[in-house]
Design a protein. Structure first.
Length: 451
């Protein structure tokens, strides 16, 4: 070991999160897309050191190179035997559906009516919103997710609750108030002008505060009037840097309903295009029932897709076509889509992503999978200049994965010969038990309890 002038490796200690700290272990991160750059897309150090200074990555490199450069008395936290990588980026999730997860037997439109709207109506109560938001953020971090793009509900207080919970942990969150002024129960309905005014006030209060950003959030085309969709475009035009999140082409019944409600449209996506809602920082969940023209429009406009495999399977929606998305050049991230989705774990989500692509004759490669869950997701949110990798200067959001988290995982990984094989075992067998620790801006915010 080239210890240099650094202090000897120690157990992860109480000073973790000091202005300068170093973490020694296996390190993996991406600097590009493996589908484009091949092996040049990732950086891998079997024995690496990640140095964090004031919440940012100072350097990530081979231990024998980095250790001798550390200032005397630098604390080196010993994660040898574990895998350090950037925190996961969940590009589509509904915090207010935490209690809807695992609701039986309905496809999208019935599922919304039967389970989702009643659960979201409870977020009129700020105390309920605060309780769920705190639980949800803890779960995200326990699953290694350090950035998320989040739907609240139509109640402004639900947005305050999720931003406050994220801010308390210095998390990078993008969130917004759901806009829906028709075809939903009164308890969750807003009005076009009321929703506009509420969104303006929330943007003022939260957008750009610390690591938080606002997303204009029309639920989906069927639940907004033309006026509300037009006002979404105005919100985006009047507030630079604000995001947009919505759903498109998830379910065949939904697609048929949109065709009835907007008879002039060429396609479901065309409705959003008509109102100027295809643009950079616009993220659309699902994107299953699209055609080549739609995909091209998304790519040209700079909008992104969120691939939500556990939700698409659970709600019986269909299979996302990842190769077609990649061929069109559109940005794609991965989403858990709780509560249509079945797990907040991005490892579980990668497992299902693999199966969905495999069904269509294209088996998602392990390195591509972990790129999708980290830098790819960050790029789809256009946050890849700040997060998603461990390049020098990036915000130090990282996780420590334990390849021996369960006896079965340990046994399978012992027999794996390559990095790709070990990553594959992690994504097929792993879940929150494999997340040993989670760091946000260099501060440890989660440590898995020993069992
Ligand atoms: N489409 C409109 N609303 C929703 C929602 O809450 N979940 C999912 N999966 N699809 C939607
Ligand atoms: Zn959703």
């Amino acid at each position: 070991m080239a210890g240099g002038n650094a202090t000897a490796g120690r157990e992860e200690g109480a000073g973790d999160g000091a202005p300068v700290a170093a973490y020694r272990g296996e390190i993996l991160h991406f600097v590009g897309d493996p589908a484009v750059l091949g092996d040049a897309a990732h950086r891998h150090h079997a024995d690496g050191v990640l140095v964090v200074r004031d919440g940012r990555v100072a350097v990530a490199g081979a231990a024998h190179e980095v250790l001798p450069t550390l200032p005397p008395a630098t604390q080196v936290i010993d994660y040898r035997g574990k895998l350090i990588m950037p925190g996961f980026v969940d590009t589509h999730v509904h915090y207010a559906q935490t209690d809807v997860i695992a609701s039986y037997g309905a496809q999208l439109l019935d599922w919304l009516e039967r389970y989702t709207y009643p659960a979201e109506a409870r977020f009129a109560d700020p105390a309920h919103a605060a309780e769920v938001a705190a639980f949800f953020v803890r779960e995200l971090l326990a699953n290694g997710t350090t950035t998320a793009m989040v739907f609240a509900t139509s109640h402004p207080a639900s947005v305050d609750a999720i931003f406050a919970a994220g801010e308390a942990r210095s998390m990078r969150l993008v969130a917004g108030k759901v806009l829906m002024d028709r075809n939903v129960p009164e308890s969750v309905r807003d009005t076009a002008d009321g929703g506009f005014d509420d969104s303006c006030a929330l943007i003022e209060r939260w957008h750009g505060r610390g690591r938080l950003a606002y997303a204009v959030t029309p639920r989906f085309a069927p639940t907004s009037t033309d006026r509300q969709l037009a006002l979404c475009g105005r919100l985006l035009d009047e507030h630079r840097g604000v995001f947009l999140q919505s759903h498109v082409a998830e379910n065949r019944g939904e697609v048929a309903w949109v065709a009835e409600l907007f008879p002039w449209s060429r396609s479901y996506l065309d409705v959003y295009d008509h109102y100027g809602l295809l643009r950079e920082r616009a993220v659309y969940a699902h994107c299953i029932h699209l055609d080549a023209h739609d995909r091209r429009r998304m790519a040209e406009s700079g909008a992104a897709m969120s691939f939500c495999p556990t939700s698409n399977l659970f709600l019986g929606s269909g299979l996302f076509d990842l190769p077609a998305a990649a061929d069109s050049g559109v940005r794609v991230g991965l989403g858990t889509d709780i509560g249509g989705g079945t797990s907040l774990s991005m490892l579980r989500t990668l497992d299902e992503a693999y199966k969905v692509t495999h069904m269509a004759g294209h088996a998602l490669a392990p390195l591509s999978a972990f790129h999708l869950a980290t830098l790819g997701g960050a790029a789809s949110l256009r946050l890849d200049d700040r997060i998603g990798s461990l390049e020098t200067g990036k915000e130090a959001d990282f996780i420590v994965l334990d390849p021996a988290a369960t006896p079965l995982l340990a046994r399978r990984i012992e027999r794996a010969e390559t990095l790709a094989e070990r990553l594959f075992a992690l994504m097929i067998l792993g879940d929150d038990r494999a997340v040993h620790a989670t760091y946000v801006l260099g501060r440890r915010v989660h440590t898995r309890a020993r069992t």
